[in-house]
Design a binder for this molecule. Structure first.
Ligand code: ZN
Length: 512
């Protein structure tokens, strides 16, 4: 039992993220400079080098590895380059070389390493044999050699790099031995660029840690929390991993305000999972013996995989927040668990969420539909029939502020402070709601209530042909230019479904 609690987070079917490609542009980075280790060490002593920036991984080198490094320096093997990011305040943060510098500085003078946990891991004494097989155990000799070693430092200016550039730098630096996981790189970037997002990912990760009783390993849980955010903000019709890659967009979406709302959603989600599934949340059954029919669907009778299944995590993340508390509590927890066990035994479903290709758009569609049909509908009912299609007011307000026009007649919408009743402004889903295209910024257009009811269920193409509609558009022709401008800008943040079509129509209407 104890062992299980200490289990390190492990994800089933974590997709390959090696296909990452950021937009490449030429970066303005100077040639490396040659420096003596003792000079770098002096900088460190004077507080000008941040060895363990908050975003960096812990010190993870074993004593053996530390000894090996020092021996190799002793033997005169040149060290790979060190990378520093030059902060606005002139201080240097170590981007690459943290483990090596910690080892070296720690060996030269461990009292300078402030963090006790790190200090305890450092090697203090070292034995090296010289060419005559004599032990060299005099640390002062070894230290002197270390201090006289030349190293090459690359300085990357913090100014002038955008988020994706930095991401790319971290990524390419870490193609080597112990590559950083993507979330670790993201963390490094977010720390500076979107600190509020980082903070809330961290606190979310702790909640998953408590929920599952697993130990968060290399930011696996921060990655999951971010997935929850993205799925709830942008929907779950595409590969989540693709969306995780666009840091510029993430920065635009996850404003402090947004984080607050989405975070409380996340908290409710975790509480719910805890209540019903507890530690076994997001796990598949450990092994289903073939040819052996499992006795029943009693939760307690089954062993679980002890791994978080990413596919399950996505599905729960997407659907659970859609239900009202009332709906979620309609059936007993016991009954819900039994239905869930039943679902886990469905081999079609199982194949879709385990193994390769689980993150393909096609599989997401299939697994979602089985999840709805076999599990959600049975336990909580049809969510899109039950839960109103109301577009959250928050979404409408943001849209009004940015694109204050009725997309059907180009008439200007009231300013927020003048709106008495938000239901006068109707939000329209560009792609149908029923088909799983949800109320997200990408999928909403605003219209006058009146315009919208005139259009009713007609296709936009057909409605536009009506005299009434043409007349209105003609009347508001002078707004079209501004409407297109707003739409264009909005689209850079939230690429709208059917954007091209909307612009095409609007441009055509200019000639009315
Ligand atoms: Zn209108």
């Amino acid at each position: 039992m104890k062992k299980k609690l200490k289990q390190v987070a492990e994800l089933e079917n974590q997709e390959q993220e090696s296909d990452f490609s950021a937009i490449s542009s030429k970066l303005d980075i100077k040639e490396p400079t040659k420096r003596k280790m003792k000079d770098v060490h002096r900088d460190f002593k004077e507080g000008n080098i941040i060895l363990q920036p908050e975003f960096q991984r812990d010190f993870i080198w074993t004593k053996n590895k530390q000894a090996e490094l020092i021996k190799s320096i002793w033997r005169g093997i040149p060290l790979p380059m060190f990378y520093f990011s030059v902060e606005r305040n002139g201080k240097f943060e170590v981007i690459d070389g943290q483990q090596r510098l910690t080892t070296i500085f720690g060996y030269i003078s461990s009292q300078l390493i402030k963090d006790r946990r790190i200090r305890d891991k450092l090697i203090k004494k070292i034995k090296i044999k010289d060419e005559n097989k004599n032990n060299i155990s005099r640390d002062d000799i070894i230290k002197r050699v270390l201090e006289d070693t030349n190293i090459y430092c690359v300085e990357i200016p913090e100014v002038g790099l955008n988020t994706n550039d930095k991401f790319e730098i971290f990524r390419s630096l870490n193609l080597g031995a112990t590559p950083l996981k993507f979330q670790e790189i993201r963390n490094a970037i977010f720390q500076k660029e979107i600190p509020h997002l980082n903070k809330s990912l961290k606190s979310g990760a702790q909640k998953i840690e408590r929920l599952t009783g697993m130990k968060n390993f290399r930011m696996t849980f921060e990655d999951l929390v971010l997935r929850f955010y993205i799925i709830n903000e942008k929907g779950y019709d595409k590969r989540v991993s693709d969306q995780l890659k666009n840091n510029v967009e993430l920065k635009n979406i996850f404003t402090e305000e947004k984080i607050k709302t989405i975070n409380s959603k996340f908290n409710r989600f975790i509480n719910y999972m805890n209540k019903v599934f507890g530690r076994k949340s997001f796990q598949t059954l450990s092994k289903i013996k073939e040819n052996k029919r499992l006795p029943d669907n009693k939760w307690e009778k089954h062993a679980f995989s002890a791994k978080i299944n990413q596919g399950l995590f996505h599905l729960f993340s997407y659907y659970i927040p859609k239900y009202s508390k009332h709906r979620l509590n309609k059936k007993s927890d016991k009954k819900i668990r039994e239905e869930f066990v039943k679902l886990l035994k469905n081999s079609r479903f199982l194949n879709l969420i385990t193994g390769s290709g689980t993150d393909s758009t096609k599989n997401i569609k299939k697994s979602s539909s089985l999840f709805e049909k076999l599990f959600l509908n049975v336990c909580f009912g049809d969510w899109y029939k039950i839960d109103k299609r109301n577009i959250p007011r928050e979404l409408k307000t943001t849209m009004i502020e940015n694109v204050p026009f009725c997309y059907l007649c180009y008439g200007k919408l009231k300013r927020i402070e003048h709106i008495e009743n938000f239901s006068d402004i109707h939000g329209e889903h560009i792609k149908s709601f029923k088909e799983g295209n949800k109320s997200t910024y990408r999928n909403i257009l605003l219209a006058h209530k009146k315009c919208n009811s005139e259009k009713s269920a007609k296709r936009l193409e057909d409605y536009r042909k009506q005299d009434k509609s043409i007349l209105k558009r003609k009347k508001n022709k002078q707004n079209i230019k501004e409407y297109i401008r707003c739409l264009k800008e909005w689209n850079t943040y939230y690429p709208l479904h059917a954007y091209k079509k909307l612009v095409k129509y609007a441009k055509r209407d200019k000639k009315l």
